[in-house]
Design a protein around this ligand. Structure first.
Ligand code: TXA
Ligand code: MG
Length: 347
């Protein structure tokens, strides 16, 4: 495994690895991705093996130019309305943290989409990601670069700790700016659904194309998630409950609840903002028990809280605290994605 800072030279090396059928971890604005040539089935197998990812969980296909869209997706299968929505979204929200589920083209191998006739397509905003895709001369299929079911990586070090030598190259592009995965939006059905809340707020999508629904609720834990159940029950495996989990047990509370929680030895508190932490501290003076305290955004900014969430959970895992008591964010904008990840981390 080579661990290289992003540079003209390392991007060229990484693109060569992709062309030769290898796997590369690279930065995006959401989280780090583990990429391979989307049109090379043998390369895609390596992604599933490195992550320990079940084959029924489809990958997101990353492109670096709108002209590449029709190589990956068959837009002729979309209704006129769906096509209009797609162009509105692409024009306004791409490049950015939005993956759009579309009918897949014949060129995308079945293993990329877990046998589905659709593919989630994303045009990332991160410069290094886009250079890597362009230099590779292909589309890059990439899940988050973490072992299946565990916390997503927002730094190259997280990838090294989680996957290490299973990857050919890790490109270090610093801290992921948004810190949460892309929103996954399904445009293929008559009713338009958000299958996974993420970096693009629902409000931004609705401003462009009108009301969209939230995907079907979690109905089953990952242990029961075999291929048959997936295709019958889930529209998007990002909905599996035990995704995005830290190693430490975690429970989530609303603001009013967390302020009343007792101090517990070796526990950690993850507050949304300073005022919630202050409220808790005012009613607790048992300094001897001294829990670890972290605040996602001192002034209560949702974007800052999102960008710090996985980082904070990685850190609390490494501190080996006994439990994490976390606080929900306000359920608006990217707060919906923060709360979604906290709920999953807690299951
Ligand atoms: O921000 C992101 O989306 C990151 C970066 C690397 O781009 N990628 C990422 O990939 O989060 P992954 O594999 O961890 O999550 C992909 C999600 C899963 O929930 C998967 O089920 C869903 O997208 N997905 C992929 N293709 C799909 C399809 N055809 N239909 C429905 N859901 C799909
Ligand atoms: Mg993932």
């Amino acid at each position: 495994m080579k661990y290289l800072p992003v540079s003209t030279d390392s991007l060229a090396q990484a693109a060569e690895v992709i062309r030769l059928g290898g796997i590369v971890a690279f930065p995006t604005e959401t989280v780090y991705g583990l990429g391979a040539d989307a049109y090379n089935p043998a390369a895609l197998v390596k992604i599933f093996e490195a992550k320990g990812r079940p084959r029924f969980d489809p990958l997101i296909i990353h492109i670096a130019a709108l002209e590449s869209l029709e190589e990956a997706a068959d837009l002729s299968l979309l209704s006129g309305d769906a096509r209009r929505r797609l162009f509105l979204l692409a024009e306004n929200l791409w490049p950015g943290p939005l993956s759009i589920v579309l009918p897949k083209s014949g060129k995308i191998p079945g293993i990329a989409t877990a046998g589905l006739s659709t593919a989630a397509i994303r045009f990332p905003a991160n410069e290094a990601a886009r250079s890597l895709i362009s230099l590779s001369g292909t589309a890059i299929a990439a899940p988050s670069a973490n072992p299946f079911g565990s916390l997503s990586p927002t730094r190259a070090e997280h990838v090294r700790n989680g996957l290490g030598d299973k990857v050919d190259i890790i490109l270090d592009g610093g801290c992921a700016q948004i810190g949460l995965e892309s929103t996954v939006l399904d445009l293929t059905e008559a009713s338009i659904k958000i299958l996974r809340p993420g970096g693009t707020p629902k409000e931004a999508i609705e401003n462009l194309i009108g009301p969209v629904e939230n995907g079907s609720p979690v109905i089953q834990d990952i242990a029961g998630g075999d291929a048959a159940n997936f295709h019958n029950g889930f529209s998007s495996p990002g909905q599996l409950k035990s995704h995005y989990s830290p190693k430490t047990p975690l429970s989530v509370f609303f603001t009013g609840e967390i302020s009343r929680l007792p101090c517990e030895k070796n526990a950690a508190f993850l507050f949304f903002d300073d005022s919630s932490r202050d409220l808790w501290q005012k009613s607790h003076t048992e300094a001897d028990k001294n829990p670890v305290i972290k605040v996602l955004s001192p002034s209560g900014k949702l974007s800052e809280a999102a960008s710090c969430l996985f980082e904070a959970l990685h850190e609390l895992d490494s501190l080996k605290v006994s439990r994490i008591f976390a606080q929900f964010a306000p359920e608006e904008g990217i707060g919906a994605a923060i709360n979604d990840r906290l709920k999953r981390a807690g299951s």
